[in-house]
Design a protein. Structure first.
Length: 301
C-alpha cells in the first residue's frame, strides 16, 4: 500500500531524484549547471544522494561572467572538490575576447545576458545533450511555463508553445541531432522548500545568503554591492548596510535586501513572510516586461 503520510520535503526529494535518474538513463552526455547559488547547490546535493555510493554521473558546468562575487567562486571550487565532481567552466570573458559577444556599454552594463552565447558554445563544444538546472516555476512567470524536460532546438532556442506533455510524470527525451534539453528537477519546489531542505540536510551555503555588513548603493530600486565592476553614478550614495542576498549571480545585476537574518531559522522565517519574489532583486529581470522570456527564447538558462 502507498504511504500517504510521507512528509512534503521527502516527496519533493524523491520526485527530484527520479528526474535525475531519468536524465542519467535517457541522455548520453548530460551536465549539471552549477552557479554556486542555493538552487544549483540543492540540485547537486540531490544528484550526489541519488547515485550514492557511485560517483555523480554529471559534470558540473559553471558559466562564469568574470563578474561574480568572490565568495561564490570560492564556494564553487570547494564544493566540487568536496563531492568529487568534475568541474567545467565556460568563460564569458573568453567569449568577449574571441569576438563571440560584445561587452555592453551604457549606464548599467552587465554581462548577465552574454552568458547565453557562452553556454550554447560550451554545450556544443562538449556535446552535452542535456543541461540540468535549478530553476523553479515559482521564481518568475516565464519559468512557470517550463516543462521538467524542456526541449531546445538546434539553435538552443526555447519555444513555450512547442513543449512535450508530461502526464503521469512521463518524460520524453527524444531529440534530433543538434538539439538538447534543459532539465529542471526543482520545478515543483518553492524558495521556502529549498531553504527548509537546506536546513534538514544541513547543507552549507555561501555566506552571501546570510546577513552581513556590505557597502551598497541604490539604483533603480535595487541595492547593488560596490565592487570593481559596480560603481555608483552621480547622485548615488554608498552606505554600509546589513544585507543578504536572496539570489546569487553577476554582481552587476544582483541586488541585496536589508536583513538581520543571520541563521537558517531566521532566513526561513523571513522568506515565509516575504511578499516579493527573490528575483524581484534582480535588475536584469526589470529591463522589460518580457525580459526573462526573451532571454530564454535565445537559449538562456
Amino acid at each position: 500500500m502507498p504511504d500517504y503520510h510521507v512528509d512534503h520535503l521527502t516527496h519533493l526529494e524523491a520526485e527530484s531524484m527520479f528526474v535525475l535518474r531519468e536524465v542519467a538513463t535517457q541522455f548520453r552526455e548530460p551536465c549539471l549547471l552549477f552557479s554556486g547559488g542555493k538552487d544549483s547547490i540543492c540540485v547537486a546535493h540531490l544528484a550526489y544522494k541519488a547515485f550514492w555510493p557511485a560517483r555523480m554521473p554529471f559534470r558540473l558546468l559553471h558559466v562564469d561572467t568574470g563578474h561574480n562575487f568572490p565568495e561564490t567562486i570560492e564556494y564553487r571550487d570547494a564544493f566540487a572538490e568536496k563531492v568529487g565532481a568534475r568541474l567545467l567552466v565556460g568563460s564569458v570573458e573568453e567569449s568577449i575576447r574571441s569576438g563571440r559577444v560584445n561587452e555592453e556599454t551604457g549606464p548599467n552594463p552587465s554581462r548577465n545576458a552574454l552568458q547565453t552565447v557562452t553556454l550554447l558554445d560550451t554545450i556544443e563544444e562538449h556535446g552535452f545533450d542535456a543541461a540540468i538546472g535549478g530553476a523553479r516555476r515559482d521564481e518568475e512567470k516565464a519559468r512557470a511555463k517550463e516543462r521538467v524536460f524542456s526541449h531546445r532546438d538546434e539553435f538552443g532556442q526555447w519555444d513555450p508553445k512547442n513543449q512535450r506533455p508530461e502526464l503521469w510524470t512521463l518524460f520524453n527525451g527524444r531529440m534530433r541531432v543538434g538539439e538538447h534539453f534543459r532539465v529542471f528537477p526543482l520545478s515543483n519546489w518553492t524558495e521556502l522548500d529549498v531553504w527548509r531542505y537546506v536546513q534538514r540536510e544541513e547543507i552549507e551555503l555561501p555566506s552571501l545568503y546570510f546577513a552581513h555588513d556590505r557597502k551598497v548603493f541604490e539604483r533603480d530600486g535595487s541595492l547593488l554591492a560596490e565592487t570593481e565592476f559596480t560603481r555608483p553614478s552621480d547622485g548615488e550614495r554608498v552606505e554600509t548596510r546589513t544585507v543578504r542576498f536572496r539570489t546569487i549571480g553577476d554582481v552587476t545585476c544582483t541586488g541585496a535586501v536589508e536583513s538581520q537574518a543571520s541563521s537558517l531559522e531566521d532566513v526561513i522565517a523571513e522568506v515565509a513572510a516575504a511578499r516579493k519574489t527573490e528575483r524581484g532583486t534582480r535588475a536584469d529581470d526589470r529591463r522589460s516586461e518580457t525580459s526573462m522570456e526573451d532571454r530564454k527564447r535565445q537559449g538562456y538558462f
